[in-house]
Design a protein around this ligand. Structure first.
Ligand SMILES: C[S@@+](CC[C@H](N)C(=O)[O-])C[C@H]1O[C@@H](n2cnc3c(N)ncnc32)[C@H](O)[C@@H]1O
Length: 326
């Protein structure tokens, strides 16, 4: 399909001067956000892309080609069909190798008033974000019956860790998982990130009591996990992601932190199952979770439904943006 679009573009440009660098971006556009835009200004593409993502679309592929053009001005061309849109962006000086970095997070969030009793009144991709579980609930995370209730032992096996993996436990709380993972990666380590310093203090105390040293705590920000680029093999979120007040920014920061081919393990209580007795905004459906992570550039691999109450979704960071569509 691209080839025919590129050929069409070349035929239209009968007066040629030189080969111009062009970025071709194919997106799914189920709500027609791109189709409703008439812009031919290159500078408008970030806004159009942001609105496509906010309304359920995602990047399917990107590629860069040189085309003969009669202008050296930045210019945007767009064609739409079958709930998809193709953008051809020419002569734009910005780096478009990962279009997601140009998305404006402020266009992804909407306010809801009043908030749900367990929500914060902020809507992201159709989901109301939940309240954060405060550190006063730390005892609940460490309850002795948790292993049996949630089969946390099975979850550890599903993670398929290698002994030299560097694992980031995001929203690590008291370190329930961090401290179970650390002995399984003796040649690696666990980077435990939380926004509550009280949680990190409990985790550090627990690690010391158990004699575990291959753990690093990080005080994250609500929109930044504060982990260096390309330093992580596996990112784990257990019962935490639904609380992130800035999920888009967090996923972008973790996308950068993961090595290409690295994995995301997302564990959330099943929203589809009314017998899971957890507050509604502290649960997520599989379709919602896939939608949110695929829109942010991750590729879904599989979902395990063997735990009593939670889904376990596995995603990867593709080796290149062009792989996202596969
Ligand atoms: C329900 S607890 C789960 C803790 C742990 N994962 C477990 O399962 O035992 C959720 C944790 O996520 C943390 N959290 C919320 N937003 C966060 C963010 N943007 N970055 C990092 N941690 C966050 C909260 O402070 C809280 O400690």
């Amino acid at each position: 399909m691209w080839i025919s679009r590129i050929a069409m573009w070349m035929v239209l440009c009968t007066v040629t001067v030189a080969a111009a660098p062009c970025q071709i971006i194919l997106v799914s556009d189920p709500s027609g956000a791109a189709a409703g835009t008439q812009s031919t200004k290159a500078e408008d593409l970030p806004v159009i892309l942001s609105d496509v993502i906010a309304t359920g679309g995602r990047i399917l592929s990107t590629s860069r080609v040189d085309l003969p053009l009669s202008t050296d001005e930045p210019i945007l061309s767009m064609s739409t069909s079958d709930s998809k849109a193709t953008f051809v962006l020419a002569n734009d000086p910005r780096d478009w190798s990962n279009p997601l970095v140009h998305v404006d997070p402020d266009r992804l969030y909407f306010k809801k008033s009043p908030p749900a009793y367990d929500g914060i009144g902020k809507i992201y991709m159709g989901r109301e974000i939940s309240q954060v579980m405060g550190h006063l609930g730390a005892g609940w995370l460490e309850r002795p019956e948790r292993e049996q209730e949630e089969r946390t032992d099975l979850l550890m096996k599903m993670m398929e860790l290698d002994r030299d993996d560097v694992v980031a436990d995001i929203g690590s709380g008291t370190g329930y998982f961090t401290l179970r993972i650390a002995p399984k990666v003796p040649d690696g380590k666990v980077v435990a990130v939380d926004i509550q310093p009280e949680m990190n203090a409990i985790l550090e105390q627990n690690a010391e009591q158990q004699g575990i040293s291959n753990v690093e705590t990080v005080l994250g920000a609500i929109d930044d996990a504060k982990i260096p680029e390309n330093s992580i093999d596996v990112v784990l979120f257990v019962d935490a992601y639904h609380e992130f007040s800035n999920p888009w920014e967090m996923k972008q920061s973790l996308y950068k932190a993961l090595r290409p081919g690295g994995r995301v393990v997302l564990v959330e209580y099943r929203a589809e199952d009314p017998t899971v007795l957890i507050k509604p905004h502290h649960k997520m459906s599989e379709i919602q979770a896939r939608h949110e992570f695929e829109a942010a550039g991750f590729r879904w691999v599989t979902t395990y439904d063997d735990l009593p109450q939670q889904h376990v979704l596995i995603f990867t960071k593709p080796g290149s943006q062009a792989e996202v569509a596969e």
